[in-house]
Ligand binder design. Structure first.
Ligand SMILES: *Cc1c(COP(=O)(O)O)cnc(C)c1O
Length: 217
């Protein structure tokens, strides 16, 4: 477990960027990690975690949330409309909203259960066919339409193409957020979180650098 080492690098990147450490949330991405590694990070006092799949998270997080109070769960992977109800049961923040239909479903269930998650709109900055996210040209309209549903859109999220310099993608995301009056940016993973912090990330999603390499997922 290298939580301390990552924390040290986050502090350094914030300092290099002239930013306060408190401006950046470190989300530990625990998908497909062995239980003992996740528990070690919980026991070290870390409380913000990310998962990709609702079903996988349902199998492990209810018990951990009971045991470790103050745990905040972030859904990072694509969300299907038929999984919105269990997702809102478990997750505090959803980073993968990319279509109005999903927003409508979230608004309906949120008003039913009396609790709304914070939302990020995922943007497909690399325009990749296989990747989720709204196209860059669709961001302004989607943010406006989600706000009209009384949903709290906190910011934008992106996953740059694996084979490209992430910096231009992070800049695009920051520009889109600024133009829409959105305060938060969910960007940066194990390989590029320092670049993301330099370009304004408020939420970095770090998995393998904390927990070790994943065998699947
Ligand atoms: C898996 C995943 C991460 C973490 O990736 P690492 O490279 O292990 O840090 C971050 N964001 C999303 C959306 C992911 O699916």
């Amino acid at each position: 477990m290298s939580l301390n080492e990552i924390e040290r690098r986050v502090v350094q990147a914030c300092s290099d960027a002239g930013r306060d450490r408190s401006e950046v949330s470190l989300i530990a991405v625990s998908k497909v990690q062995p239980q003992d590694r996740v528990e070690a990070v919980l026991e070290a006092g870390h409380r913000a975690f990310g998962e990709n799949r609702v079903q996988e998270a349902q199998g492990k997080w209810p018990a951990w949330k009971d045991r470790f109070t103050g745990t905040e769960l972030h859904l990072l992977g694509p969300l299907q409309s038929n999984k919105v109800r269990p997702a809102l049961d478990l997750f505090d923040v959803i980073h993968s909203v990319d279509r109005l239909k999903l927003g409508r479903r979230i608004a309906d269930i949120a008003s039913e259960v009396g609790r709304a998650p914070a939302l990020f709109v995922q943007v497909n900055t690399g325009d990749e066919d296989q990747k989720a996210g709204v196209a860059v040209q669709g961001v302004d309209d989607l943010v406006r339409d989600l706000r009209a549903l009384d949903l709290t859109v906190r910011g934008l999220m992106c996953i740059p193409p694996v084979d490209q310099d992430p910096a231009p993608h992070f800049k695009t995301l920051a520009d889109l957020a600024a133009r829409n009056g959105l305060p938060d940016l969910s960007m940066g993973m194990s390989a590029d979180f320092e670049t993301a912090i330099a370009l304004g990330a408020t939420h970095i999603r770090v998995g393998s650098a904390i927990f070790g390499a994943r065998t699947t997922g």
